[in-house]
Unconditional design. Structure first.
Length: 525
């Protein structure tokens, strides 16, 4: 594989030269013109150069343009693969909107999102599609195409059409986000908002054309904007089907990876891996992370054993990526004499407007927490077919994040509370209310509240506190949840109580719930 690495480096041009793009697919087209033989993707030992990748995107886009009408939605249900990346570019290039679906969801959840988005074409892995295609809630009239031979046959035998042309403000992606009010909402990201997100990402984590970037996250997350970022500057992307410590370390070693993105949970799994050697990360100059804070002990282990700098970012799906960064230098300052910085998500970028407001909308002074509001070109257009939710989120041109935070006097942003009732397990956002609504559907459940509890590996684990109206047990409720929810959303623990604690306003007191769980032994199965 070293020869492949040398090919990547020799084909890259050590310059920050790039061309402006007004549509996503132009990122690849520009690099195909500038450096056609440089590597765009590395997949299972095969290098795909920019010229080849650009031709492939054009072919897929022309095929999709020959089906249906502009504005229609095309969904992807697959694990990471080159076809997934090409569809992220090709579907918007064809004037359609791509809907990447979370491959970890249950069929019922997937069927809801397909129907809510009005998807006309679904392209996916056969094994992932198999349980979905027989689900009774699957929308009628949906065209389903298996990746592999069927997909290639479709590309070869379907009438191609000229591309309709894209406007910057046209919707490009719909990414479903775990909302706090039950069902997930589809955040609509335009070409403009995604490209603006790349401007922020490039300022927070600069990219060089000779970089070799490893992407281990699922492509159905907003984290996929990191792949686009590399292509904007002509860097190579090493694509993993899914994260594992063994494959990540092997790729870093064999391809001389220079940068990668990981969740803190993943970083811990890497350094705890029995075969971990610091030499595996010798070429890495930057490790970016997000989703949760970095424990100081873990940060010290990474910085003491590797040469990599750490960079944290703060953002969300609705922001097409990140808006604030805690730099490598900030991390070093944190370890030397400013440990509080590790609790910060960094400083906002110069072109991003952020304000902290109290319940009355007044600006909070430094040190005083309030809701984080953002005004930026990278904000979403809104939530798909949900005007009320859009109006609540985008008020007077500001995105109301639902996150509570404050600025210190040096301009660092601190998050003091996440979106209401949001649980983050292994980097996945889980809405407590969505899990609660599923449990309330079971005949034995009178009431329920769901919270996140600390977990040594995943950060948090889902725990359900249940009031029973009929006898039931953990196994019964777990089986019920697994039929309707993804495995990572299914509670890992059930606690049974006579009544849920409430606060003075009559709402469930989840702080008290967590204390109750801590002092309650696990219920026998």
């Amino acid at each position: 594989m070293l020869a492949c690495t040398e090919t990547i480096r020799s084909a890259a041009i050590a310059t920050t030269e790039q061309q402006n793009a007004s549509a996503l697919h132009e990122l690849v087209a520009n690099q195909a013109a500038l450096r056609p033989h440089a590597t765009a993707l590395l997949w299972q030992g095969e290098a795909i150069d920019y010229a080849t990748f650009d031709r492939r995107i054009a072919r897929v886009a022309a095929t999709i343009a020959g089906n249906g009408q502009p504005g229609e939605r095309v969904a992807i249900l697959a694990w990471n693969c080159p076809e997934f990346v090409e569809l992220l570019y090709a579907v918007p290039a064809a004037g359609r909107i791509v809907v990447p679906l979370n491959a970890r969801l249950a069929p019922a959840e997937l069927a809801y999102q397909l129907a809510q988005a009005g998807v006309s074409i679904l392209i996916g892995d056969e094994l992932l599609l198999r349980p979905l295609v027989v689900h009774p809630a699957l929308p009628p009239g949906l065209s389903i195409i298996n990746l592999g031979q069927e997909y290639e046959h479709w590309l070869s035998n379907t009438r191609s059409s000229e591309l309709p042309g894209s406007q910057e403000t046209d919707p490009a992606w719909i990414l479903y986000t775990s909302g706090t009010t039950g069902k997930p909402k589809g955040a609509v990201l335009s070409h403009q908002s995604l490209l603006a997100g790349l401007v922020s990402a490039a300022q927070g984590r600069p990219v060089r054309p000779d970089d070799i970037y490893l992407y281990p996250f699922p492509l159905f997350h907003v984290a996929a904007h990191n792949v686009l970022l590399q292509h904007q500057y002509g860097a190579a992307v090493v694509l993993l089907e899914s994260f594992s410590p063994a494959s990540t370390l092997a790729c870093c070693r064999d391809y001389a990876v220079t940068s990668l993105s990981l969740a803190p949970t993943m970083i811990a799994m890497l350094v705890d891996y029995p075969a971990f050697r610091a030499e595996d990360l010798a070429s890495v100059h930057t490790i970016g992370y997000g989703a949760s804070s970095m424990p100081e002990t873990l940060l010290r282990r990474v910085l003491d054993t590797t040469l990599a700098g750490m960079s944290q970012s703060y953002g969300m799906t609705e922001l097409s990526g990140s808006i604030a960064f805690l730099s490598a230098n900030d991390h070093r300052l944190a370890l030397s004499h400013k440990p509080k910085l590790l609790k910060s998500v960094g400083r906002p970028l110069d072109h991003i407007q952020i304000k902290i407001v109290d319940a009355d909308g007044a600006i909070c002074p430094p040190g005083e927490p309030g809701e984080i509001l953002v005004e930026a070109a990278q904000c979403m257009l809104g939530y798909w077919e949900q005007p009320a939710a859009t109006a609540d989120a985008l008020l007077d041109g500001w995105l109301h994040t639902g996150d509570m935070g404050y600025f210190d006097t040096a301009g660092y942003l601190f998050i003091v509370d996440r979106k209401k009732d949001m649980i983050i397990s292994g980097g996945e956002n889980i809405a407590s209310r969505e899990v609660e609504e599923v449990l309330r559907q079971h005949a034995t459940v009178a009431d329920v509240a769901v919270v996140g509890m600390p977990h040594p590996k995943w950060g948090e684990a889902v725990c359900a506190v249940v009031v029973r109206k009929q006898p039931t047990d953990s196994n019964t409720l777990e089986r019920h949840c697994r039929q309707l929810l993804a495995g990572y959303k299914t509670p890992k623990r059930f606690v049974f109580v006579d009544n849920l604690p409430v606060n003075a306003s009559g709402k469930v007191d989840k702080r008290q719930l967590r204390q109750l769980i801590e002092h309650t032994p696990p219920h026998p199965a």
